[in-house]
Write a protein that binds this ligand. Sequence first.
Ligand SMILES: [Zn+2]
Length: 101
Amino acid sequence: MIIPMLFSVVYLLACFWVAAKAKHRKVGSQRAFHIAVLLTPLVALIVVLSSAKKLETHLQFFRCKRCGYEYSEKHASCPACAKEGLKIYVNESIKPEVVLR
Ligand SMILES: [Zn+2]
């Protein structure tokens, strides 16, 4: 009784692992998970590895606390505030990450 249960757990974990591997592939996590459940994780892994990688661009945004000016590049100090003669240090990102697909 314990062996089939253990097998199911390992099988499902393998399915989730394959789905996680497919996150940055064109096949996608959800489709990879379905393939893994229906046609074993090994078949899904082959599908995932043969699938092309997604073209992604990671953008990070920074915002000045004083003027609210936002930019995608990290500056030592805020360029907008620098024009007014103020030196405001900006080193925190407002959103953790934005992924363009
Ligand atoms: Zn500023």
